[in-house]
Ligand binder design. Structure first.
Ligand code: ATP
Length: 240
């Protein structure tokens, strides 16, 4: 289980996360919903070791990640697909994927992982020599997810993967996430696309101004007035 326990993150005087607690069980897909600036990216960065929490803990299978570097956290089978994708634009698709297989446990599975990724994203197998920065936004997101999967994670953390993608590309992306979910991987998805993400997730949390203000099964959250309120005026609705 991935366990976030009363996690607080401050940037100077600014309180970005205020005693946030949530869990992701093995094989579960959990969505963290929240408007711009709610603190979603801060949470994923804190889990990935990119931001140091002021207090609280992140544990995976009972092991505290607090003193581990981002590199060591990937070694604990947590892979983060950051907002903005974080791929190496000047490198080829193949080179980006190979860099993902850095942890020792992942190197042993490199060929098998690549096969899985190419079956999820057939386009990547046709484009192994393409410079990643010349690809479309949707294709670059495939590279980013592919690279994360190359690290053979148990937990996949995704920060707004649909951001900036056309609706049809977003649908394709969520179809692939459903296939990844079906492999039994645990997923923590941060999204503003309420309709697609609640259709995929088992459970979810609602984050507002750094605090968890709602939690429940995906079907409960779909009709939760707090979710409706948080996204009123956004282009996606809970009923989508
Ligand atoms: P978005 O969807 O817009 O990325 P978010 O929910 O991911 O929003 P965060 O990026 O976690 O939110 O930001 C939470 C709050 O912390 C915001 O008010 C943001 O301005 C602030 N913040 C984020 N990063 C920093 C930083 N490095 N220094 C200071 N403040 C920051």
């Amino acid at each position: 289980m991935l366990e976030i326990d009363t996690l607080t993150v401050r940037y100077g005087q600014h309180l970005a996360l205020d005693r946030v607690s949530l869990t992701v069980g093995r094989g579960e897909t959990v969505v963290l919903l929240g408007a711009n600036g709610a603190g979603k990216s801060s949470l994923l960065k804190a889990i990935g070791g990119l931001v140091r929490p002021t207090s609280g803990h992140v544990r995976v299978e009972g092991l505290s990640l607090s003193s581990l570097s981002p590199h060591e956290i990937v070694g604990q089978r947590l892979a983060l697909v950051p907002e903005g994708r974080g791929i190496f634009p000047a490198l080829t698709v193949e080179e980006n994927l190979r860099l993902g297989a850095n942890p020792a446990h992942a190197r042993a599975k490199e060929t098998a992982s690549r096969d899985v990724i190419f079956s999820l994203f057939p386009r990547l197998s046709e484009r192994t020599r393409q410079i990643a920065g010349t690809m479309s936004g949707g294709e670059q997101q495939m590279v980013a997810i592919g690279r994360a999967l190359m690290s053979a994670p148990d937990y996949l953390l995704l920060d707004e993967p649909s951001l900036g993608l056309a609706p049809i590309v977003t649908q394709e992306l969520f179809a692939v996430l459903a296939k990844i979910k079906a492999t039994g991987l645990s997923i923590l998805l941060v999204e503003q696309n309420v309709g697609e993400s609640l259709a995929l997730a088992d459970r979810g949390y609602l984050l507002e101004a750094g605090r968890i203000v709602g939690a429940g099964t995906a079907s409960t959250l779909k009709t939760d007035p707090a979710v409706q309120r948080a996204f009123l005026g956004s282009t996606t609705t809970a009923s989508a």
